[in-house]
Design a binder for this molecule. Structure first.
Ligand SMILES: C[S@@+](CC[C@H](N)C(=O)[O-])C[C@H]1O[C@@H](n2cnc3c(N)ncnc32)[C@H](O)[C@@H]1O
Length: 298
């Protein structure tokens, strides 16, 4: 059989043309423009075989981001692998909110940093912030450090203090932050997406006990001990969890508790702060939490 051309490989892959082109760019090391200009030319057999191997994985449902090893987040390209959650556009809202709320020179903590998407985006956007980022997964921290080196340059290790450990235990007891952000696991073990579109991503990044609330609770309850007076806690969560997370923050004694909605009016980030005196007030009943939920509950 004569060798296939670049154009024939793309057309016969059974994938959307853009995805097939991205995979061919990756295996050939050529730009999109080069591949279009040289479309009718034959492809070497070893390159065609590598392309088919990737196309098969894609057809079996593996996310493009794991095949190409990268994903754009908040305007920058992050390197990723199967040890980390693929950063989602939804989390860019959390970053934007943190940039609005963090005072000049703030100490900011990203709990469960994964690829480093939140902490590194904050460091890129604001040179004044003093960042700390943690994860329980050593493999995820290795990915985050690689991204920090690539995106922040030679002084990356001075810009972000990466720490390994279980939520707050990764930090000294006396660590205090003006702002803490986290996108923790929040899916219930029974969530049907775990066996379909999310099946390639690490379960440890996705699933939490107690119907998805356990990690959100553990972060919220200890937050007052690690916030400065007036300091903010920002938690990303599932779109149906707004009311439950407002209750958790109120139960932890935080004030000004509310849920921010995204552009589609979905409840995705709940925030609250330690009062100006630095006292948590856990006597607040959970139902005292305020809400910005739209009248239709969306
Ligand atoms: C939903 S992913 C978020 C990753 C990244 N922050 C993002 O938004 O793309 C949750 C992260 O929390 C980490 N994680 C899970 N349980 C943890 C724990 N008990 N302590 C610290 N990190 C944990 C996971 O390894 C994972 O990287």
């Amino acid at each position: 059989m004569p060798p296939s051309s670049h154009d024939q490989l793309v057309a016969a892959a059974g994938l959307p043309r853009l995805e097939a082109r991205m995979l061919l760019e990756m295996v050939s090391g050529r730009s999109r423009e080069w591949l279009i200009a040289h479309g009718p030319e034959p492809v070497a057999a070893d390159l065609a075989e590598r392309f088919h191997a990737l196309a098969r994985r894609r057809l079996a449902g593996e996310p493009m981001a794991y095949l190409t090893g990268q994903r754009e987040f908040h305007g920058r390209l992050f390197q990723i692998d199967a040890a980390v959650l693929i950063p989602r556009p939804d989390t860019e809202g959390l970053v934007d909110l943190a940039l609005t709320l963090a005072p000049p020179g703030a100490r900011v903590l990203d709990l469960g940093t994964g690829s480093g998407a939140i902490a590194i985006s904050l460091a890129c956007a604001r040179a004044d912030l003093r960042l700390c980022a943690t994860d329980r997964s050593a493999e995820a921290l290795a990915v985050a450090r690689r991204n920090a080196r690539a995106l922040l340059g030679p002084d990356w290790a001075d810009r972000i203090d990466f720490r390994h450990g279980d939520w707050w235990q990764a930090l000294p007891d006396d660590a205090r932050f003006e702002l803490v952000a986290a996108n923790p696991p929040y899916l219930a073990e029974t969530d049907p997406h775990l066996d379909s579109d999310l099946r390639h991503e690490p379960r440890t990044a996705l699933v939490a006990a107690d119907g998805g609330l356990d990690d959100l609770r553990r972060i919220a309850m200890a937050a007052p001990r690690h916030l400065t007076p007036g300091g903010w806690l920002l938690l990303e969560h599932g779109r149906e969890q707004g009311a439950a997370v407002r209750s958790l923050l109120a139960a932890a004694g935080l004030v000004e508790v509310r849920t921010a909605q995204d552009a589609e009016h979905r409840e995705r980030v709940t925030l609250g702060r330690l009062n100006a005196a630095g006292d948590a007030m856990p006597e607040h009943p959970p139902h005292a939490a305020s809400s910005q939920t739209a009248p239709d509950g969306s």
